[in-house]
Design a binder for this molecule. Sequence first.
Ligand code: GLV
Length: 313
Amino acid sequence: VYFNICIMKFAIIAPETQTKKWKVEFEKQAPGEELLIGYETDRPDDIECVLVWGHPKGSLKKFKNLKLIFSMGAGVDHILNDDTIPKDIPVSRIVDPQMAFSMTNYILMAVLNYQRCWYDFQDAQKRNHWAQFEFDEKNLKVGILGIGHLGMDAANALYRLGFEVFGYSNSPKETIFPSFYGKQLEDFLKKINVLVCTVPLTPKTRCLLSAKLFNELAFPTYLINVSRGAVQVEDDIIRAIKEGKLTGAFLDVFEKEPLPNNSPLWQNPKIKITPHVASLTYAEESIRQALENFRRVTNGSAPLNEVSRENMY
Ligand code: GLV
């Protein structure tokens, strides 16, 4: 008798809602392949690939034979900030055009609502008030802080719509609009009156959106943050709005998530809030990339979209 023992090589470690969707897709794309949900197993040595989103810190260290950690999110700070993970295990992340499409649309929504004074018209409507000629289209100079995969997509879309666009990134990038890098952050900040933040969370970007940066702005500026809450200092944002350095903010991410019920951000009329939904992970493409990357590492190649431990993105 021949027993075909299927070894459980894959695990998904993520919150429940995501886990459910990813499990369905995994079973479709890898039929017959056993899948561990979570990290409780008495055979941790069998696990070679983990698909993670917001795993509990330290929960991966029991897997001694990991060949790949696949981030189901665009941001990988939650993995790289876990210092219990051995540095030699490759980390790769999802890079998905559909994710860029959603992120770009979200940024366009925030920019256009602001540019066309949508909130003023909304207030006027509440008062049955015909606000013709009361609000002008705003003349915007949009700065994209962080022109990586997602930031670049949004910057190009804004540029093609006819907006004046400026980019800033850590390293030089080829762009169809003026862009800055490295030590030129101040020059970039002097040009703009809308600041869209699409940076990864790294030691360099933690608390970057603070009073220090707002003080460098040459014009009253509208802030849009879709990156990570730890990049912003919420007290400083509120103060900068009060002082007129910021004209308002459109925020998808927060220092603490879910945003606590007693946060003053909720009721600030100049602040618009969405609950970390700017761009979501699409199960089909993510699972496809995770499986492809695992095939690559088991064949001795590097995974696609490997994260640099040094840059932290
Ligand atoms: C979400 O925030 C992500 O990084 O994908």
